[in-house]
Design a protein around this ligand. Structure first.
Ligand code: ARG
Length: 461
């Protein structure tokens, strides 16, 4: 139980609060990691209060010194949280008052925890988002490096998990780089979204003091001011933008993970994962499990759940701040932590993966992957595409009944397909990828251009 005096809002209360309520109400376990942002925001606010003559210069100086001392305690890990510290804002102000006395009690002039908490959270997203941009870049660079190595490695491309047409391994890997390029744009958008300073919005209606919002916004590195105090304290759009980035990135990493799980299976055998990114089985000595890839595949659920969670918490809330919103940070931190774990592991897994060029090439040249190329050949000979498609389909059936590939089609197979007398063109995987000489296609020159474009894009991040 905490008594009225130890609480920021104690004045109106006579009774103590129930332990069960305190436990539910406290957000400190989640928001204490905002201590840097909280101190930064408070220093900017106090300096502004001093500059505007709202508090005395001596009080402003005492607050600043006190906040610096608290920052040092936090950084050294010696700050002592007390049971009454409901959240990080309460803890910092309580300690400041212990250090600076009445000056500390002036810090909250013209401010509410409602504008304070969203200010802190936006600062955190901007800071952390920028760091994640670098981790995203490292993964894109790992993929680019592997793509550059494997311009001439051919691998089956799939649809419905059925071998469809051969592609260059570089082309396949670059597909993920383009996904990450879009993720990076979404990340920048979230950082930009978080660029509006809510400080000065008070509890919901702004401030009755002559505060200088531009001054605090500039000092904290915000790009502009929030234009409406109720919107500023009651909305969480920038957090949603961040979580939407995280959720979509999660989907992309999940697909990359799934690809590596499958490629590393004995059945496929296209990749051998490095020991550093695999684990063994406690019971089955022969096992080498693609854990990193599987975790990437699975954690997408968590990232999309975080987006869904915040959307759910914010929906239906009347303006402005409601305590439901206290949970917002849980979703953001969980998403950020998950991405912080995933990106370096995926970069390492990609960088160290052993691609089995022989198995890939053999699979790319096998079976019926050139069926479309044969149909295209017939079209060039004057056949309508639909008729060519039908005839090649029949040839595939005839060959597959005999357990042979297209290149081994006998005169009898050709006759059965209505293709008697047709001279089969060169049906190699190499000829097939080279034939796709369109922008975004698999011809070597096109993939070389694509690789250069993607490299330029990523190096600009
Ligand atoms: N711990 C709160 C949160 O995270 C801070 C804002 C509290 N505001 C209030 N009016 N009780 O949202």
């Amino acid at each position: 139980m905490s008594g009225p005096a130890s609480r920021l809002w104690g004045g109106r209360f006579e009774g103590t609060s129930a332990e069960a309520f305190d436990a539910l109400n406290a957000s400190l376990p989640v928001d204490q990691r905002l201590w840097r942002e909280d101190i930064r925001g408070s220093r900017a606010h106090a300096r502004m209060l001093g500059a505007q003559g709202i508090i005395g210069a001596d009080d402003a100086a005492a607050i600043d010194a006190g906040l610096l001392a608290i920052e040092a305690e936090m950084a050294a890990g010696v700050f002592v949280f007390l049971p009454g510290d409901e959240d990080i804002h309460t803890a910092v102000e309580r300690r400041l008052t212990e250090i600076a006395g009445d000056a500390g009690r002036r810090l909250h002039t013209g401010r509410s925890r409602n504008d304070q908490v969203i200010t802190d959270t936006l600062l955190w997203i901007r800071e952390h988002g920028r760091a994640q941009g670098s981790a995203l870049k490292a993964l894109a660079e790992a993929l680019l490096a592997r793509a550059a190595e494997h311009l001439d490695t051919l691998v089956p491309g799939y649809t419905h998990l059925q071998r469809a047409q051969p592609v260059r391994l570089a082309h396949h890997l670059l597909a993920y780089v383009w996904m990450l390029c879009r993720d990076h744009r979404r990340l920048l958008f979230a950082i930009e979204s978080a660029g509006e300073s809510p400080l000065g919005s008070g509890a919901l209606a702004g401030s009755g003091f002559a505060i200088d919002r531009d001054m605090t916004a500039a000092e904290l590195g915000f790009d502009r001011l929030s234009p409406n105090s109720m919107d500023a304290v009651g909305s969480r759009d920038a957090l949603v933008d961040y979580l939407a980035f995280a959720a979509q990135l999660g989907v992309h990493l999940s697909r990359l993970g799934a690809e590596f799980v499958w490629w590393s299976s004995e059945e496929v055998g296209f990749v051998v994962l490095d020991d550093a990114f695999a684990s063994g089985s406690s019971m089955l000595p022969q096992k080498k499990n693609p854990d990193a890839a599987e975790l990437a595949r699975g954690k997408s659920a968590r990232l999309s759940a975080n987006l869904q969670g915040l959307l759910g918490a914010a929906a239906g809330l009347p303006l402005a701040y409601n305590k439901d919103l206290q949970d917002d940070k849980h979703y953001v931190f969980d998403a950020a932590d998950t991405i912080d774990l995933l990106l370096p592991a995926m970069s390492g897994m990609v960088a160290t993966a052993g691609f089995r060029v022989d198995s890939m090439s053999a699979a790319a040249g096998e079976g019926f992957l050139a069926a479309t190329d044969l149909a295209d050949h017939l079209v060039r000979e004057g056949w309508p595409f639909r008729s060519a498609h039908e005839a090649v389909g029949a040839l595939v059936r005839a060959c597959s009944d005999r357990g042979v590939g297209l290149t081994e089609a006998s005169p009898e197979d050709l006759r059965a397909a209505g293709l008697s007398g047709v001279v089969l063109p060169l049906l190699t995987a190499e000829a097939s990828v080279e034939a796709k000489d369109v922008p975004g296609g698999t011809a070597r020159a096109r993939v070389v251009t694509q690789l250069a474009d993607a490299t330029a894009r990523v190096s600009a991040w």
